[in-house]
Design a binder for this molecule. Sequence first.
Ligand code: SF4
Length: 228
Amino acid sequence: MPMEPLKPECAKCGMPVKVCRSPEGQAPPFCPGTLDAITIARATSEYDKPDTHEFARQASIQEASCYAGRGAGPYVLHPVKPRVQETCEFARRMGYRRLGLAFCAGLQQEAQTLVGILEAQGFDVVSVVCKAGGTPKETIGLRDDEKVHIGEFEPMCSPIAQAMILNERATEFNIMVGLCVGHDSLFLKHAEAPCTVLVAKDRVLGHCPAAALYTAHSYYPWLRREGF
Ligand code: SF4
């Protein structure tokens, strides 16, 4: 039987000192650093484009600024900024003034709080809820028994409308709050400005999807069962 070609599997890398972290490090056979060296070189040249160069530079300056006491040795990571602060600071660094907010109707309150914070920081915010337009779910072929509220009128989430509305208002940077899986993909596909996720929806875990990973060994072992 022909051998499957190697594919990058960084998530399974057990190298104690990894080559991507240290020039003295080691690489497993599935390391993209060797498997995909040409692609990495091609990607690196993308950063030569002036806009991309500046965006990446500011993002990395922002990243470092999220830790206190840098330069003290031996250094222990000391993170100090919640993501909301990180988002505001990055937008300010980039000189953005008009921000787009694409949010889920289930997070109306959080969206309102966020707009208050962004406006207090001097940004002009255009916010669009996922249900804008009130387009019925039947439009995309849903049957009544496929709705959340069976037997009732139910507007569809329209991330494409959210993206187009923000595009037309020329937002410079878009913040996504609580869009559903798949709806977020459509928003990202159609938005023209760069986007960042502030809140990843998790209806059960208080919008902290990582909690299921933290507890996968204890309360969520069934997640590893094929097809659940
Ligand atoms: S890039 Fe290579 S060394 Fe780094 S985590 Fe991936 S496989 Fe491991």
